[in-house]
Design a protein around this ligand. Structure first.
Ligand code: SF4
Ligand code: SF4
Length: 160
């Protein structure tokens, strides 16, 4: 399926998430499905939570016990394949990489997109935007959306 569409199936997506009890704290979701020679996610993690091993082609594995949700790996990934997710009070919160301009602004309402680029029925809300000197080309945008969209949301579309 992913070979034909370029989009992961819902089973593949869910396999990258921890159990919902674990997601009450922020955890990195690494949607890297293909063996490629790449490892900055692993080397950028200050908590050794991402393991690739000696063979750089291996798909990264994450130890959710070690992951603090610090988000360092998000902007380190050249494939924009990592986000941090959390659930709280019926909402899903995501920290996502964002490289387009203009950047979203805290407090705005934006359309939410799924992995096919389709607009979801509900909007999302911009909770925070972080641009650091180290990662000035890849902002980290924190958004919230209703929890049922936990496995569907992937990024923001346009300002409403
Ligand atoms: S969010 Fe932080 S702790 Fe978790 S895997 Fe990424 S870099 Fe490591
Ligand atoms: S840095 Fe990104 S693309 Fe590279 S192995 Fe890690 S998750 Fe995959």
């Amino acid at each position: 399926m992913i070979e034909k569409t370029g989009v992961a199936t819902i089973e593949m997506i869910k396999s990258k998430f921890p159990k919902k009890e674990v997601l009450t704290r922020p955890k990195a979701i690494i949607e890297c499905y293909t063996e490629i020679p790449c490892n900055p996610c692993s080397t950028s993690c200050p908590f050794d939570a991402i393991y690739i091993g000696k063979d750089i082609n291996q798909i990264p594995r994450i130890d959710f016990d070690k992951c603090t949700g610090c988000s360092s790996c998000i902007s380190a990934c050249p494939g924009l394949a990592i986000m941090v997710a959390m659930i709280k009070d019926g909402k899903a919160y995501f920290k996502i990489p964002y490289e387009l301009l203009p950047l979203p602004v805290r407090g705005e309402k934006w359309t939410a997109l799924n992995r096919y680029g389709r607009v979801l029925d509900k909007p999302c809300f911009i909770e925070n935007v972080m641009v650091t000197k180290k990662n000035d080309k890849t902002a980290i945008v924190t958004v919230s959306i209703e929890q049922p969209y936990l496995y569907e949301f992937v990024t923001v579309g346009k300002k409403l």
